[in-house]
Design a protein around this ligand. Structure first.
Ligand code: 4AD
Ligand code: MG
Length: 464
């Protein structure tokens, strides 16, 4: 077996010990003294390992033809490095070329700085770059930390379905799933297809949120969460919207809005701390190349209490700011991303928990406050990106719920199973949804959610 590069660099092998490493060439440099330096990366950590190839190697001519992207297997001994930038390196006794790059001049990932937009066109090759490698490791660290956080607190991970009939957010942004072709029902351009025949006779969509499903398990298992892909058919071409994104949705029984606001704060602190501790190498890169503030702000987030603010107060702050916003502010409007960013970046300078929004801009399931005008909702707004979390206490009172459904013109029949939860042993409960890509973007400082998910899906873009 061969050693991951990270083990070699972290000194798991003694100086002089023989190791085998396998990976891809990032760079090769030949010295006048008749030896070559090959930087080999295998994804296990940010840094490549430096391999010294002496001209006494039987295939040294091959070594001199190595270019970025070639796959090699190296057997050699661990040495203290004379050069700068690394403590340990490997002096090769053999270098086998496992896979050549057929034409180095046209290899898209040649070792130079590429724009992030350029890399997006090579979703299959960009994981070989520094930046996407670092994003991938941080993303993995965050998802492991999220599962660990909930597991340590006694939450059960519930697998909620991807195919569903429910429009959880009621925003009409569902992708339709169709078996019409299989059922030989003709499609026409005139729109007169009977969509009620979808999915073998039942109208079916891709889920926008696992919340309604996870609420059912919450009303039995008490503390649960779902973590999976969700889909939104909204035609938003922005740096924070994807048509397919991952969401973490905890749901807690016998809990109110304040309880889940605290849960969200604890979770964000826990996972940011994990990244600072476990991915210092990648974070140093982001601080150097992407956003110099990125480590400081995580350290600050971990240490300080989140600011809580009422929507109504936020409107007053925005009005008093003297700023000319593209969308005017008045009580009752939804906050746009420029409002959110002003509040988080300029007014507070840290994430904010925004609470108690007007009921008319929020989903049907949110619990009506005593004022009759607002609901027990919260969003967490982060500098640089805006909303990363949306959550609420749920309406557990059947009569109030039914009244809300009726006012919103929704059909009781469609919510019969959801209403059952309010009929049989109903309890106060609350939860939230964390947009995973927005979290990864916030933590890494990456500007666009398309660069923190392996294969971004945006309107008109689902190749690979
Ligand atoms: O605010 P949203 O729509 O809330 C829900 O779906 C609730 N059912 C969650 C719950 O209470 N269980 O979405 C939650 C989060 C947002 O705050 C945002 O971070 C992310 O999901 N999100 C998106 N991320 C990327 N692309 C999109 N198109 C997104 N839409 C929402
Ligand atoms: Mg929201």
């Amino acid at each position: 077996t061969h050693a991951p590069v990270v083990d070699v660099l972290k000194g798991k092998y003694a100086v002089g010990e023989q190791v085998t490493v396998k990976g891809w060439v990032r760079t090769r440099r030949d010295s006048k003294a008749g030896l070559s330096f090959v930087a080999l990366h295998d994804g296990s950590c940010f840094d490549p390992v430096q391999v010294i190839a002496l001209n006494s190697l039987s295939n040294y001519q091959d070594v001199q033809r190595l270019t970025a992207g070639c796959a090699i297997a190296v057997v050699g001994s661990v040495k203290e490095s004379q050069g700068q930038g690394q403590a340990l390196e490997i002096e090769a006794s053999t270098i086998d070329v496992v896979g050549w790059v057929e034409n180095p001049d046209t290899y898209p990932m040649a070792a130079k700085r590429h724009s992030i937009e350029f890399l997006r066109e090579y979703a299959h090759l960009r994981p070989r770059t520094n930046v996407i490698g670092a994003v991938t490791r941080v993303r993995n660290c965050l998802s492991q930390a999220i599962h660990r956080f909930f597991h340590e607190r006694g939450y059960y991970w519930i697998s909620t379905p991807i195919l569903t009939a429910s429009d959880t957010e009621g925003a009409g942004e569902m992708f339709r799933v169709s078996t019409l072709d299989m059922m030989n029902i003709p499609r026409t351009d005139k729109g007169d297809v009977d969509y009620s025949q979808d999915f073998f006779g039942k109208e079916t969509y891709l889920t926008v949120s696992g919340q309604l499903n996870v609420e059912t398990y919450c009303n039995a298992m008490s503390k649960v969460y779902t973590f999976g892909p969700t889909f939104r058919a909204e035609n938003s071409n922005t740096s924070r919207h994807l048509a397919e994104f991952w969401m973490i949705e905890p749901e807690v029984a016998f809990a109110d809005l304040a309880d889940v606001a605290q849960l969200a704060e604890d979770m964000l602190k826990y996972v940011c701390k994990a990244v600072l501790e476990e991915r210092a190498d990648d974070m140093a890169f982001f601080a150097q190349r992407i956003n110099k503030d990125v480590i400081n702000r995580l350290e600050k987030l971990v240490k300080s209490d989140f600011v809580r603010m009422d929507y109504t107060d936020a409107i007053e702050i925005l009005k008093a700011s003297g700023k000319q916003f593209e969308f005017p502010v008045d009580w009752g409007v939804d906050l746009s991303s420029e409002h959110e960013r002003y509040l988080a970046e300029e007014h507070v300078g840290a994430p904010i928990i925004m609470q108690n929004y007007p009921k008319d801009i929020k989903a049907f399931y949110m619990r009506l406050n005593d004022d009759g005008k607002t609901v027990a909702a919260m969003d967490i707004l982060a500098p640089g990106i805006g909303e990363i979390i949306g959550g609420s206490q749920r309406e557990e009172r059947l009569d109030v719920f039914d009244e809300r459904l009726e006012k919103m013109g929704l059909d009781k029949e469609d919510y019969s199973w959801y209403r059952d939860l309010r009929r049989y042993g109903t309890v106060p409960h609350a939860g939230f949804g964390l947009g995973f890509e927005r979290l990864v973007a916030y933590v890494t400082g990456m500007q666009n959610v398309r660069d923190v998910i392996p294969f971004p899906r945006t309107p008109g873009n689902a190749s690979f």
